[in-house]
Design a protein around this ligand. Structure first.
Ligand code: C5P
Length: 226
């Protein structure tokens, strides 16, 4: 028994416009991935940690790891072309003894450890899958390929979801065995007919995607908010 965490950090980060993969872009002088791992390492009963990295970075001698900041317990795995493939590669490398699995985006580098604990607690309490989510502030429309609105879902019933997303191990393994692709892991579990619970997320769990996001993260660190 124990909690296994897969941190996906294999994205290129093309929308950030940096010359290195996003997870290695510095925030206040430290790679985004290092910030993300600082929270992960504080998760209670963490027994297995897998970090999924761009192909080539899985060599411990890669220059990106200079400075010795990679935790000795972390297992490095090369990612795939899509996020789903990266998660699947990470799952395959997790200690089989973990009964709870969390999947976390390295790009959500300032996620407080309390969010991790909330997700683990809800999985332990019996949920098949658990995602942190926050209320949506904008009114959201669905559109057709020409841009015409096809619907306006009731905003009160919507949540913007974040990571870490948590699952009973067998549930996530089965969902990934489908071979389907999705932008988050919960979607695969939903498609498999399992119930996913939304717990309270945190504004600090935002994903660093654009240069503006990075500037916001820099500001939060500079103001001592994290
Ligand atoms: O691209 P996006 O921002 O949705 O990526 C979310 C997370 O998934 C990031 O932490 C990124 O590094 C990771 N990812 C990955 N492998 C990919 C694409 C994204 O590990 N092929």
């Amino acid at each position: 028994r124990g909690v296994g965490v897969v941190v996906v950090a294999a994205g290129s980060g093309s929308r950030l416009g940096a010359e290195m993969p996003k997870a290695f872009v510095p925030l206040a002088g430290q790679p985004l991935l290092r910030w993300a791992l600082a929270s992960v390492l504080r998760v209670q009963s963490l027994t297995s940690l897998v970090v999924v990295v761009p192909p080539g970075y899985e060599a411990p001698g890669h220059p990106a790891w200079q400075g010795g900041w990679l935790p000795a317990s972390a297992v490095l795995v090369a990612g795939g072309a899509e996020r789903t493939a990266s998660v699947a590669a990470g799952l395959a490398a997790l200690d089989p003894a973990c009964d709870v699995v969390l999947v976390h985006d390295a790009a959500r580098c300032l996620t407080p450890v309390a969010v991790f604990e909330r997700v683990v607690g809800a999985v332990r309490a019996g949920a098949d899958g658990v995602v942190p989510g926050v209320a949506v502030v904008d009114t959201v429309k669905s559109v057709d390929p020409d841009g015409f609105v096809t619907g306006t879902p009731d905003r009160a019933a919507l949540r913007a979801v974040q990571t870490p997303q948590g699952f009973r191990r067998a549930v996530l393994d089965a969902a990934h065995a489908s071979g389907l692709d999705a932008t988050d892991d919960a979607a695969l579990v939903e498609r498999a007919g399992q119930r996913v619970l939304v717990v309270e997320g945190d504004a600090l769990a935002f994903k660093v995607t654009t240069p503006d996001d990075l500037a916001r993260a820099e500001g939060l660190v500079a103001d001592g908010r994290v």
